[in-house]
Write a protein that binds this ligand. Structure first.
Ligand code: UD1
Length: 362
């Protein structure tokens, strides 16, 4: 039996194609949701829209400090491993649930597969960077989404035979659902014209926790909203920081977090996307929509190499000029990375099946 794990919002679209492919092939699976994200808008809606089955096991760990959250997942997931003894645990991405489940399994000598392995920002102040490095080093199968992942892992001493460049599972979800997302025309009810608005997301501690940085971002976004209307679905953590700051964001339109299909439809028709998210850098790349990343580094360098993504940092002037330039750019200028073709999950499951057969034969 294979145990698949999700915990937080970006996990859902990365893991869904693998979970569904295992299901299609009739491979026994126990599907676990750690409950790191638990709100209807942060979790339930993604299950419905991505066609994910109900989790077999829900750990309900909720929010907390990094140590609390990671420890709670570890304790609960260790029990799952002891009871179900999976042949392989599959985790995705870089959230606290990813590391916690990988670590619990590895300590019980249960092999771990990591989806989206090898990405590195080389910035250890990001909690995700710690999660990436540690998860990779306790994993037995490392599935990478871009060539930089293979290079990084190789430099860190991970054996070549463990590393498999499979492409991007998050883009599998995008390709499956894009048509349905566009048919909904989410821009219409928001009174926006396709190609004539910008979309904003912000949630990383480095961007929103420090009032001075958040204030600089607010000023930059207000200035940009003077030449392109900006819609900003606000993550719950960011909502708290914005409320604490207490400043006016108009004309930037702040709304509640959106579901997968609504957000995907909007992203596909945006003139520019401004974000600190990792996944959105990839999704805009696949959609060939200009992305201005509100960070000074990225663990996804391919998105910059193919032309759609620009790193603008968190300072006002850099962001405003990057946005001015981005709205002038055309999709034809951008390339799509190799293997971001909607078939990544099939490659993952092919490799997993071979690997299991080889282990059983050994
Ligand atoms: C987590 C991931 C981050 C990912 C992001 C996507 C880690 C270290 N970080 O960050 O990599 O990009 O998810 O969203 O794992 N909250 C709610 N409802 C929820 C979930 C969270 O209100 O359903 C609020 C809580 O106040 C919580 C805060 O958001 O304290 C932060 O949630 P948490 O899971 O700790 O991290 P994220 O910032 O969401």
């Amino acid at each position: 039996m294979i145990c698949t794990v999700v915990g937080a919002r970006p996990n859902f679209m990365k893991m869904a194609p693998v979970i569904l492919e295992l299901q299609r092939r009739g491979i026994a699976q126990t599907f676990v949701h750690t409950g790191q994200h638990y709100d209807a808008v942060m979790s339930d809606i993604f299950f419905a829209e991505l066609g994910l089955p109900r989790p077999d096991i829900y750990l309900g760990v909720g929010s907390g400090s990094h140590a609390e959250q990671t420890a709670r997942v570890m304790l609960a997931f260790e029990k799952v491993c002891l009871e179900h003894r999976p042949e392989l645990v599959v985790v995705g991405g870089d959230v606290n649930s990813t590391l916690a489940c990988a670590l619990s399994a590895a300590k019980l000598c249960i092999p771990v597969a990591h989806l989206e392995a090898g990405l590195r920002s080389f910035d250890r102040s990001m909690p995700e960077e710690i999660n990436r490095i540690l998860t990779d080093h306790v994993s037995d199968l490392l599935f990478t989404s871009e060539p930089s992942g293979n290079e990084n892992l190789h430099k860190e001493g991970v054996a070549w035979q463990k590393i498999h460049l499979v492409g991007n599972c998050m883009i599998d979800s995008l390709r499956t659902h894009l048509k349905r997302a566009l048919e909904r025309r989410p821009w219409t009810e928001l009174g926006l014209q396709p190609g004539e608005f910008g979309l904003v997301t912000l949630h990383r501690p480095a961007a929103v926790d420090d009032p001075q940085t958040l204030e600089g971002l607010r000023q930059a976004l207000r200035e940009i909203a003077e030449f392109v209307p900006l819609l900003f679905p606000v993550h719950p953590r960011t909502r708290k920081c914005i409320e604490a700051l207490g400043h006016d964001w108009t004309p930037v339109r702040l709304i509640d977090p959106l579901g997968y299909l609504e957000f995907l439809g909007l992203m596909a028709k945006a003139a520019v996307v401004l974000t600190d998210s990792g996944g959105i850098q990839e999704e805009t790349t696949a959609l060939r929509v200009p992305c201005v990343t509100l960070r000074s580094n990225t663990e996804r360098p391919i998105t910059v190499q193919v032309g759609s993504n620009r790193l603008a940092g968190t300072r006002r002037d850099g962001i405003v000029s990057a946005a001015r330039e981005a709205v002038m750019r055309k999709a034809e200028e951008f390339l799509i990375p190799e293997l971001w073709d909607g078939q990544a999950a099939r490659r993952v499951v092919n490799i997993v099946q071979h690997w299991l057969l080889a282990r059983q034969a050994a």
